[in-house]
Design a protein around this ligand. Structure first.
Ligand SMILES: [Mg+2]
Length: 365
């Protein structure tokens, strides 16, 4: 069977948390910036900009050590809600290109652009376009790796960092990999690197010289994986982010209706059911969704972002009623409805909501 050559992008924001801080406080631009909190605390570095990295500061380093080697750095607290906000803007850009997006973290994702929403054949063109969209929408830089599988795309995004695009075409993969240090491969940490060095295996090229059997005998399962990686083989697919987390309820009418009061009555019951299902579990969604299916099976769905204050059942009902009224009265006047569904997505637990609420009020003060 001939498999279609895939086109995979790996997008990685450059020094994301630190870059966001500099975006919000441009005067920090020329200085080393370290995100993680008070350097006298026992915390670790969450992110460092490239100036700080020149001093040897890196993620996961104790803040006290970072302070020692880079005393002039600005040490800033982590503002997760702000990073999430920008991450959502970035994710939206991703989904405007492909429906196959797999986020790895707030600032990293794989995109399968073999089929894409612009029907563009050149993955490099798409990478350039995504990069410029992100820059325009957020002011932030990213690096993008372009290749024919996830493994190579991830290596490629790291290769031309920061603010670069790097392409590994199929014909170049073996050669490109051969000179790489094994440490550069995702998943090979210090300990494994030492283990490999003891066997005189330093570069991917050293692995390429060995057969599958030799590698398996020397290294077991790691050997099998290295055999494939060293030859640029990775069949894993770009998976949609864990079954789009949402909770929803719906109701099919026994008699189709366009009467707004009847619809509101059903909506009220749905909100109660939704509230019971989410409230009991301590779950809260930042996005609400409403779905209407009409008698002729035409369907509309709408999503809206919620403010933090929308925690109560009454408030939830008000928001849904507003949206329902707009859809029924303005967008599809007098069209009979056969099914209505509501849901929440972008889920958070109430624990984190309370924290967000605190941040929210802090910002308001
Ligand atoms: Mg990053």
């Amino acid at each position: 069977m001939i498999e279609k050559q895939r086109k995979i992008l790996h997008v990685d924001m450059d020094a994301f948390y630190a870059s966001v801080e500099i975006l919000d406080q441009p005067k920090l631009q020329k200085y080393p910036v370290i995100v993680g909190g008070n350097p006298n605390s026992r915390g670790v570095v969450c992110a460092a900009n490239y100036i700080a990295r020149e001093y040897g500061v890196h993620s996961a380093m104790p803040l006290s050590r970072a302070k020692n080697i880079c005393p002039k750095a600005f040490f800033l607290p982590v503002r997760m809600s702000r990073y999430k906000e920008l991450s959502m803007v970035i994710q939206k850009i991703f989904s405007s290109y492909s429906s196959l997006v797999q986020p790895l973290s707030l600032d990293e994702a794989w995109l399968d652009v073999t089929e894409n929403k612009y029907n563009i054949l050149s993955a490099t063109w798409l990478a350039e376009s995504i990069k410029s969209d992100i820059k325009i929408a957020t002011g932030l830089n990213c690096s993008i790796g372009v290749s024919y599988n996830k493994f190579l795309a991830k290596i490629a995004s790291d290769y031309n960092k920061p603010n670069g695009i790097y392409v590994i075409p199929p014909s170049q993969a073996i050669k490109f990999l051969s000179v790489l240090d094994l440490r550069k491969l995702p998943g090979i940490g210090k300990v494994t690197e030492q283990q490999l060095l003891r066997l005189n295996l330093k570069t991917v090229g050293d692995i390429q010289k060995l057969s599958r059997e030799e590698l398996y005998l020397k290294l077991g399962r790691l050997g099998k994986s290295l055999y494939e990686k060293s030859r640029g083989i990775d069949k894993s697919e770009v998976k949609l982010s864990k079954k789009s987390k949402s909770i929803s309820v719906e109701s099919t009418f026994s008699v189709n209706t366009s009467n707004i009061n009847d619809l509101k009555l059903v909506l009220k019951k749905l909100v109660l059911r939704l509230y019971q299902r989410t409230h009991q579990k301590g779950i809260y969604g930042k996005t609400i969704n409403i779905k209407i299916k009409f008698y002729d099976f035409e369907q509309v769905t709408r999503s809206f972002s919620l403010e933090f204050k929308s925690l109560s059942q009454g408030h939830l009902l008000n928001v849904y009623t507003d949206k329902l009224t707009t859809i029924i009265k303005c967008e599809f006047p007098n069209k009979k409805v056969r099914l209505m569904g509501i849901g929440i997505s972008n889920l958070l637990s109430t624990k984190s909501v309370n924290k967000n609420l605190l941040d929210y009020f802090k910002d308001r003060q």
